[in-house]
Design a protein around this ligand. Structure first.
Ligand code: UDX
Length: 449
């Protein structure tokens, strides 16, 4: 039998940490690299530096620094070790939005290639997983060949990742599809088939294509998802003007298989480390390619999305009688979505911040994201419980749909607030229950009474 390829994972954020742990779970020997020594130290001891359900358990089963683990998973800061160890190197570093621009910042990917390449003395496969502008793979492949002592023995493939935060482990172990982009004639396809010829791809479609298509699959998928959300939010605007109910509308159109019920939840819109920056980077890249017209609709997708935040601020102003200044506002939720402690481009935190700037006294609660939120917005007040956040509030805003908020008792909460006014920015609370308990309940895109 052939020896299983040895795997390295470069970058240990949501994507890298999960991918590394999943590969170890599938039986591979894995070495993860991060340039931050503290992260390496934590991960080695089986600790995950962010909130991601199930990831810590998976990590602890395999991390070499955990007693009783399989020891298949190790972490390092050494490029030399990574280059010597790996047959397949997965690049999982961040590609954030460039400051003040639409384009994405490729510096972490470029740095990873530049650090690894000069050390590759034997044939290896480098696999990009980060979300990048189309055309990056070809450019990076040239760079690899130029810098690597093994020259043409070093190949580059693209293998986009579709994991959702909060479901990272599930999405990695049971992906909807595996997509790989390869150059014809190389060993990449065969090697990647071996890596994924495990329970991971069992029952999942395996799509083999060229590298630009593989890069595009990821951006196209995220652009489609963002468009779907902004579509239903645009419908919410119309519903509000016409006294319609966007929740029933979404339910009804969702019954059509061609439309599908998922990703039609109207509310304060999308945020996070992916969708917003990915559609912007996609527009920037289309511009470079001379086809910016093809994606001008994404500009609208972005503006509908940003309007949601402004609209929520406006509804809050109306709810408190015309002026935000000096009011007390209780905010439920800071993370960009539930089951995550991520506050990157979080609509919830953005709205809380805007209200604070307009002179409200804003108190925020989130079950997991408080620490990250405090780092980003230290001037807001943070509470240890929902009850504490709404104490004395003139209005309560429900901005991240954590399960525990659905289970709140409106009657009990009503005792704590100054005024029973609820603005539901996620359309997941039951209007009737809240109204029955004496609250003025208002939601985006739904009739007022
Ligand atoms: C997304 C993609 O789903 C994933 O495939 C890709 O790999 C990375 O980007 P993620 O950012 O983790 O994943 O979150 P997702 O669940 O897609 O939600 C994104 C945002 O859209 C959240 O702010 C969420 O609240 C919002 N959203 C989602 C809506 O407002 N309405 C919906 O119907 C669905």
């Amino acid at each position: 039998t052939r020896v299983a390829p040895r795997i390295t994972v470069i970058g240990t954020g949501y994507l890298g940490a999960t991918h590394a742990a999943a590969m170890a779970e599938l039986g591979f020997e894995v070495l993860g690299l991060d340039v931050v020594p503290e992260k390496v130290e934590l991960l080695s001891r089986g600790r995950v530096p962010m909130y991601e359900p199930g990831l810590e358990e998976l990590l602890r089963r395999h991390a070499a620094g955990v007693e009783g683990s399989t020891g298949r998973l190790r972490f390092t800061t050494s490029w030399r070790e990574v280059a010597d160890f790996g047959d397949v190197h997965f690049v999982c570093v961040n590609t954030p939005q460039r400051h003040g621009e639409y384009a994405c910042d490729m510096s972490y990917v470029d740095a990873a290639i530049d650090s690894l390449a000069p050390l590759l003395e034997r044939p290896a496969l480098v696999v990009g997983k980060s979300t990048v502008p189309v055309g990056s793979a070809a450019r990076l492949a040239d760079r690899l060949r130029e810098l690597a002592p093994a020259g043409p023995g070093v190949e580059l493939a693209w293998n986009p990742e579709f994991l959702r935060e909060g479901f990272a482990v599930e999405d990695t172990l049971h992906p909807d599809r595996v997509v790989i982009g390869v150059e014809p004639g190389g060993r990449a396809e065969e090697l990647l088939r071996r890596v994924y010829a495990t329970p991971i791809a069992e029952g999942s479609p395996f799509v083999v294509t060229d590298r630009p298509t593989a890069e595009l699959v990821k951006t196209a998928a995220n652009a489609f998802l963002a468009t779907k959300i902004s579509f239903i939010n645009a419908m919410a605007e119309v519903c509000e003007a016409a006294d319609g109910d966007v929740v029933r509308l979404a339910e009804a159109i969702g019954h059509d298989d061609r439309i599908g019920a998922k990703f039609l939840r109207a509310g304060i819109g999308f945020g996070g480390g992916c969708l917003p920056k990915d559609i912007r980077a996609f527009m920037a890249r289309a511009g470079e390619l001379g086809v910016d017209q093809a994606l001008t609709f994404l500009r609208e997708v972005d503006s509908v999305n940003m309007r949601r935040r402004a609209h929520m601020v406006e509804l809050t102003r109306q709810a408190v009688g015309g002026s935000i200044l000096g009011t007390r506002i209780g905010v439920l939720g800071a993370a960009f979505k539930p089951d995550s402690d991520d506050v990157r481009d979080s609509p919830a935190l953005n709205i809380a911040g805007q209200l604070h700037l307009q002179g409200a006294q804003v108190t925020v609660h989130d079950p997991k994201a408080t620490e990250n939120a405090r780092r980003l917005f230290p001037t807001l007040t943070y509470a240890g419980s929902a009850e504490e956040a709404v104490r004395g509030a003139d209005v309560v805003l429900h901005l991240t749909e954590w399960r525990e908020y659905r289970e709140l008792d409106p009657a009990a909460l009503g005792e704590a607030v100054a005024h029973r006014r609820m603005l539901d920015g996620r359309n997941t609370l039951d209007p009737e229950v809240w109204r029955k308990a004496g609250w003025t309940y208002r939601a985006l895109g739904r009739p007022t009474v």
